[in-house]
Design a protein around this ligand. Structure first.
Ligand SMILES: Cc1cc2nc3c(=O)[nH]c(=O)nc-3n(C[C@H](O)[C@H](O)[C@H](O)COP(=O)(O)O)c2cc1C
Length: 207
């Protein structure tokens, strides 16, 4: 059974939220999230082995709500970028870093001419599921690739600046202006994403 710090103080509020999304308790919500292929507890513990139990449950609840609501914020942006790449005849593959195997991603990047990375802004930085792959890219010292960034934010929006600085550290030149959407991407943001894909495709084809 789910139990975490401050349980008695917090559970009433959490139960009201669970009921809103059709769940009787946190364990039922966790089972639903797992059934959808997301092991939120594992993701949290892999990032921070001494994570507090309430961080594990907060991420499980967040993942459950996102899955119930069918949130596809980042996926929509990534798909629009893909359309831009495809419009120029450049093949692409999307990876969702919360669930992708990093080795599969690296194997694909190895054979690719470009890499476009996205993240929301979290605590003035990037999502913790994105940073390990960025470090892998730097460590492997790939050559002859181009890159670009996209992301969402709520108020300060450091995501693009951070990804672009990292791409530069990896010696991957940034070839298209990063696209930054406030909260959910608008139609205009998605159009800018298509343009980002198309500009990156031009840089790849120029090689
Ligand atoms: C824990 C947390 C920390 C956040 N920190 C920042 C921040 O430092 N700067 C910022 O611009 N947005 C911040 N945000 C807002 C997220 O960037 C925003 O929720 C996200 O880009 C929009 O995606 P969503 O609709 O999935 O939440 C934060 C959000 C959360 C939940």
């Amino acid at each position: 059974m789910a139990y975490f710090e401050g349980y008695d103080r917090r559970i009433k509020q959490i139960e009201a939220c669970l009921a809103k999304y059709g769940f009787s308790d946190l364990d039922q919500m966790a089972a639903y999230v797992k059934e959808k292929g997301v092991d939120a507890a594992k993701v949290v513990r892999e990032i921070q082995p001494i994570a507090f139990e309430n961080a594990v449950w907060a991420y499980t609840l967040g993942a459950g709500i996102a899955l119930k609501k069918g949130c596809k914020t980042a996926a929509q942006a990534a798909e629009a970028i893909g359309e831009g790449l495809a419009s120029k005849g450049v093949d692409y593959k999307l990876f969702h870093m919360a669930t992708a195997d990093r080795n599969d991603v690296l194997a694909y990047v190895l054979q690719s001419k470009g890499v476009i990375i996205g993240s929301p802004t979290l605590n003035n930085g990037l999502l913790p599921t994105i940073t390990p792959i960025l470090e892998d890219l730097r460590g492997l010292g790939f050559k002859n690739k181009v890159g670009a960034a996209f992301g969402s934010f709520g108020w300060s929006g450091e995501c693009i600046k951070e990804i672009e600085a990292h791409l530069e550290r990896c010696k991957i030149p940034v070839v298209a202006p990063g696209v930054r959407a406030k909260w959910q991407p608008t139609g205009e943001d998605l159009q800018a994403c298509r343009q980002l894909g198309s500009t990156t495709a031009d840089a790849i084809l120029k090689d």
